[in-house]
Design a protein around this ligand. Structure first.
Ligand code: F6P
Length: 362
């Protein structure tokens, strides 16, 4: 066995699940156990399990056969421990204090958190509270700063692309506008990648506020050219020109009042403007579930192995990342509370415009 500063490590998965979580758990646990002889504790249901002290010791058998499995064997939650104090928590206990107690009770030397923006921000705050933490970038949204790619993203791109391919044939048969709404939270990565891969005629992302009149012009031109159907890919966080001018809080409130998701609204607006029959598909959780693609299995394995080596070296307060296809790590402080949006000069936006894709702005 090689020397390791960490003898006992906890692993948890937090936030929305993403394909590749089990591959990452397997890689961390296997490297930690086999190379360094660490004891590995699986914390149940994200930060919730740390608060409630729900866990299991992972043995080699527990991490066998999980590389290809979707979801997370540990369970997850969107628990935000810093949101509550003893006064406003349901249990009357301060969740952060409960977390510290569990950490101590389980004699953890460190914790590995597999999560997105929220989870890594919480990881940073817990690190500031004195816990030894390493983060791993997981989300189908690909919206974490500090890393080129998050695991789960490419599987979601594949699922969304296949859906667009299927919608193409039925759109063609019925001469319809097909609006497909994909996830992505406040960023347009998923819509952009799947939209380009699936040949979307229009791609609407939050970073480029849309004008329905411009989309109408594009779709009408297609019709004049004899193209009787169109595919419109919409990111769930897309906003109109008018909405983009609103204060963030006002927009959030308006959105919470909306009875339909953005895809339905855009389809309605387009039908009104163009007179073309429109249909909507909201892809939803299909993008998150199921078997990870090879790319995500590989990326999650690379991240997990590196996390275990970092544990052994005592390199805490960082998130494992990938930059220019090299595995590296970035301080949690640098990524905490930030969202990686699609830059307007992103090569795929420029490429899309070149091949005639409309982004709703010109
Ligand atoms: O963060 C990943 C994500 O899949 C987003 O794309 C989506 O907005 C969100 O989770 C929905 O998750 P839930 O309904 O599980 O909170």
């Amino acid at each position: 066995m090689k020397n390791s500063l960490v003898k006992t490590v906890g692993i948890l998965t937090s936030g929305g699940d993403a394909p590749g979580l089990n591959a990452a758990i397997r890689a961390i646990a296997r490297t930690a156990m086999d190379e360094y002889g660490m004891k590995v504790i699986g914390i149940h249901n994200g930060y919730r399990g740390l608060i409630d002290c729900e866990y299991e010791e992972l043995k080699p058998f527990d991490i066998t056969g999980i590389l290809t499995r979707g979801g997370t064997i540990l369970g997850t939650s969107r628990e935000k421990p810093f949101k509550y104090t003893e006064e406003n928590s349901k249990t009357g206990k301060n969740p952060v204090e409960s977390i510290k107690q569990t950490y101590k009770k389980l004699a953890l030397d460190a914790l590995v958190v597999l999560g997105g923006n929220g989870a890594n921000t919480t990881a940073h705050m817990l690190h500031q509270e004195g816990l030894n933490i390493i983060g791993l970038p997981k989300t189908i949204d690909n919206d974490l700063v500090g890393t080129d790619i998050t695991f789960g993203f490419y599987t979601a791109v594949s699922v969304a692309t296949e859906a667009i391919d299927r919608l193409h044939t039925t759109a063609h048969s019925h001469n319809r506008i097909m609006v497909i709404e994909v996830m992505g939270h406040k960023a347009g990565w998923l819509a952009l990648y799947a939209g380009i891969a699936g040949g979307g005629d229009v791609i609407i992302i939050p970073e480029i506020p849309y004008d329905v009149k411009i989309i109408n012009k594009h779709l009408s031109k297609r019709k004049e050219e004899g193209k009787s159907f169109s595919i419109v890919v919409v990111a769930e966080g897309a906003k109109s020109l008018e909405e983009a001018k609103l204060d963030k809080k006002v927009l959030k409130h308006r959105r919470s009042e909306m009875k339909e998701s953005i895809g339905y609204r855009i389809a309605r607006e387009l039908e009104k403007e163009t007179g073309f029959v429109s249909r909507v598909t909201v892809l939803g959780y299909l993008q998150r579930g199921g078997t990870p693609e090879p790319y995500d299995r590989i990326l999650a394995t690379r991240f997990g192995v590196e996390a275990a080596h970092m544990l052994a070296r005592g390199e805490f307060g960082k998130m494992v990342a990938i930059k220019n296809d090299r595995i590296t790590a970035v301080p949690l402080e640098e990524i905490s509370g930030k969202i990686k949006k699609v830059p307007l000069t992103h090569e795929l936006i420029l490429a899309g415009r070149t091949v005639g894709t409309c982004f709703g702005d010109k």
